[in-house]
Design a protein around this ligand. Structure first.
Ligand code: B1M
Length: 210
């Protein structure tokens, strides 16, 4: 079994300490930090998602996997963010109201930060008022909303509507993402763009802020 496969397996079985030591080993062996995420950590979480959906894993086990994934990401993060990069602009990011999933949102934040943006991370369960307040306070070029539940993705529309009501919609670009989100949904609610993954989110912001 390769190191990345073993790392994925440790995510699946929620072995936080094993994930930490395998991630550290991969770093020490000179693996590219983005490969560690894309070939080790994320594939493990994808299996967790499939098993959760099939009723073969339950919330406590999924939480253990999520915590193990976070621990791996914490070790990789400084490598991706190392070096002084002049800020390419401000981005406010958060997981929408009612939604507590933050792994994907944090990965997107990390990629945006490594692309040179200053990130204001609103955390999870961020309602439209919180996004609007952050736009007033920080005047970002972009706000990014993440949703993982079909029930919470509708909160993205509410945020866009509140931005309009407050006269702020033309002052900020809005990007959205998360497992249930599509380009069609983005068009439907009047967002400026949808990104299917963290790398594309950074490309999209570059395009929108050019
Ligand atoms: Co939840 N959960 N969960 N969960 N969970 C899903 C989303 C689900 C699809 C699982 C399933 O049934 N297959 C399902 C949603 C079904 C639906 O809505 N149709 C589900 C459910 C039902 C629930 C609960 C309701 C379960 C319950 O309590 N009965 C509950 C809801 C809690 C709440 O939010 N109110 C719940 C709880 C949890 C945990 C707390 C246990 C845990 C979250 C821990 C955490 O985040 N700290 C959890 C997890 C881990 C998952 C799965 C297994 C994995 C999500 C994940 O982290 N993936 C997930 C299954 C799945 O997605 N297949 C599932 C890895 C991550 C890197 O990918 O987040 O997709 P992702 O992010 C990607 C892209 O989507 C994109 O880039 C990222 C990186 O490439 N992206 C963006 C994300 N945000 C973006 C923003 C952008 C651009 C791109 O621009 C701003």
């Amino acid at each position: 079994m390769s190191n990345f496969e073993e790392l994925s397996q440790s995510i699946i079985s929620g072995q936080l300490d094993r994930v930490k030591s395998l991630t550290q080993q991969a770093i020490s062996a000179g693996s590219n930090p983005v490969d560690i995420i894309n070939q080790g950590l994320i594939p493990g979480m994808s299996v967790v998602g499939a098993r959760f959906k099939a009723g073969k894993m339950y919330v406590p086990e999924v939480l253990m996997s999520a915590r193990a994934m976070d621990a791996g990401m914490e070790l990789v993060k400084p490598l991706i963010l190392s070096g002084e990069i002049p800020s390419a602009g401000k981005i406010v990011i958060g997981t929408v109201k009612g939604d507590l999933h933050d792994i994907g949102k944090n990965l997107v934040s990390m990629m945006l930060e490594s692309a040179g943006y200053t990130i204001i991370n609103l955390g999870v369960d961020a309602g439209p008022e919180k996004f609007v307040q952050a736009v007033k306070e920080h005047q970002p070029g972009v706000i990014g909303m993440s949703a993982l539940l079909t029930t919470t993705m509708l909160a993205m529309k509410d945020t866009i509507e509140l931005l309009k009501e407050e006269g702020l919609r033309d002052k900020v670009k809005v990007i959205i993402g998360g497992a249930p989100i599509s380009q069609d949904f983005s068009d439907e609610i009047g967002a400026d763009g949808f990104a299917p993954d963290a790398g594309s989110a950074a490309d999209l912001c570059k395009k929108l802020l050019a």
